[in-house]
Design a protein around this ligand. Structure first.
Ligand code: F6P
Length: 500
């Protein structure tokens, strides 16, 4: 075991209440304000001794060196031999990568201007087809920021289940629909099938030139051309931008179109502010790093198998599913960068929901269950609706009450009515939910994910775990069921007929 882990594990375990008594400066050390966001890590068990131990671990793992390698465009994604340059999309990275990203953004803007000037004829509906990182980011952004925009109706279709496409197109008029095909690789089975079916829908809907209604967002423009998309309607992005980190690239084309270019730029600027903070702030005053220390402490010292995120804001209801891909696809690994088996737990399962709904559904387990599930609350101080006074007050009060109750607990004569307390939570409070603050929030989560990976010595930028299932689906689709297990053969026979 590394010296740092030994030091971390030896730190005396004190309750949260004791920590607040023992460390009078706790609130000022474990809260910080950055880019319009207040981070409060004080209701976690991080104390001065643990932070010092983790600083030692960060030094052993060379977190600072890894961070510099990330921002300077080095090939940090070693298994795939490429850099991870999502921050270059927001102006923070190797100069040549930043320049390239800016040129590609300019190309996106020119296409948006052309569409707005009528180059595609009337456009009222945007049908965005993509999956995973090519869908979750735009979906979250449109849902969070685009509720009142009303210029375009945007539907994001990801699932290969035909019901999803049918549902999305039911109120769309083919004559005024722009078909956006988003796929980094332009080979993903689900996206390609949905794209072909959407094209057929346009055709059947009387659109004379359905290919002329397509915009493709991809790192493989040649494949989009082969598919039949005109080169002028392809918005490329760099291969070194990972799928789950791609919402800063042309993958957010429907966002920039629907919300306006200024909103997209503000999103990037907010993220850049968080980039600068992550890059420059000392580790013990660095929001993404402190978030990662919390994650490592509970996963590796207290054995927490999950981490729960609750958005106390309807506009952020898709945040947990966005974070599931970001955190679990990045860090759900079992080998280190050098190919050795990791010696401790990697990513916990990310789950969550919306407050206050979740309070009446899953919080029982948080308060009294046998599993430790560190909770994270995300809320905005400023509401955006007319029912602000009572509703928003109630919403925030409930959010803060949960953190207080988890920590304080309460004993009673009846064990069933007792709350053990001393349960950790983090609170992230946005001044308001706007493009800049949301950009900063999502960049915070990206860097936290990266910092976790650096502390574990794993590569957060590949995702080989998803490949086997894809390959087996292809084999089964080609009628190669006989080489598989009896259960799989029987399921196929039952669904499609034929011999087991
Ligand atoms: O299957 C996983 C994955 O490769 C994700 O990493 C990615 O975001 C998603 O599929 C979609 O990939 P693409 O953008 O290439 O269609």
């Amino acid at each position: 075991m590394s010296g740092a882990w030994a030091a971390i594990e030896q730190v005396e375990r004190r309750s949260l209440s004791d920590l607040f008594t023992a460390e009078p400066d706790r609130l000022s050390r474990l809260t910080l304000d950055e880019a319009g966001i207040h981070f409060d890590f004080s209701k976690t068990h991080l104390d001065a001794g643990l932070v010092a131990g983790f600083e030692q671990l960060a030094a052993e793992r060379d977190l600072a060196g890894a961070r510099e390698a990330l921002f300077s465009g080095q090939k940090v994604n070693v298994s795939e031999g490429r850099a991870a340059e999502h921050s270059a999309e927001r102006g923070q990275g190797a100069p040549e990568s930043v320049k390239r990203a800016q040129l590609l953004h300019a190309r996106m803007r020119a296409l948006i201007d052309a569409i707005e000037a009528g180059a595609f004829g009337p456009v009222r509906h945007i049908l965005h087809i993509g999956i995973g990182g090519s869908a979750l980011g735009p979906k979250l952004l449109i849902d969070a920021l685009g509720r009142d925009v009303g210029r375009y109706d945007v539907a994001v279709v990801s699932n290969v289940d035909g019901a999803a496409l049918e549902e999305a197109t039911k109120d769309f008029d083919p004559a005024t629909t722009l078909l956006v095909i988003a796929s980094k690789t332009f080979t993903t089975t689900e996206t390609m099938l949905n794209a072909r079916s959407a094209l057929a829908w346009l055709q059947e809907g009387g659109v004379a030139d359905p290919y002329g209604r397509i915009v493709a967002l991809t790192a493989e423009p040649e494949r989009a051309i082969e598919f039949g998309v005109d080169e002028t309607r392809i918005l490329p992005f760099s291969e070194s931008v990972g799928g789950r980190f791609s919402l800063w690239s042309s993958i957010s084309f429907p966002v920039a179109l629907a919300l306006g270019w200024n909103a997209f730029e503000e999103l990037l600027e907010g993220a850049a502010a968080m980039d600068r903070h992550f890059r420059l702030a000392p580790l013990d005053r660095n929001a993404p790093v402190l978030g990662a220390l919390v994650d490592r402490y509970y996963a590796n010292v207290r054995g927490a198998a999950t981490r729960a995120v609750f958005a106390y804001d309807e506009r952020l209801r898709l945040l947990p599913s966005y974070l599931q891909q970001l955190e679990m696809e990045s860090n759900g690994k079992s080998v280190t960068i050098d190919g050795e088996a990791v010696d401790r737990a990697t990513a916990p399962v990310t789950w969550g929901g919306v407050g206050t709904d979740a309070q009446h559904a899953v919080f029982q387990l948080l308060h009294q269950g046998t599993q430790l599930a560190p909770a994270e609350f995300v809320a905005a101080i400023e509401p955006d609706h007319a029912l602000a006074d009572e509703h928003h007050h109630q919403l925030l009060i409930n959010c803060f009450a949960q953190g207080a109750a988890l920590m304080a607990g309460r004993s009673a004569d009846d064990p069933a009515r007792s709350y053990p307390g001393d349960r950790p939570s983090t609170t992230i409070l946005l001044d308001r939910l706007d493009p800049a603050t949301l950009g900063a929030l999502l960049a915070f989560y990206e860097h936290r994910t990266f910092a976790n990976a650096a502390l574990l010595g794993i590569n957060p930028f590949d995702q080989f775990g998803v490949e086997l299932g894809k390959q087996i689906a292809t084999s089964l689709d080609s009628g190669e069921a006989e080489s598989f297990d009896p259960s799989t053969r029987a399921l196929i026979a039952r669904a499609f007929g034929g011999a087991e």
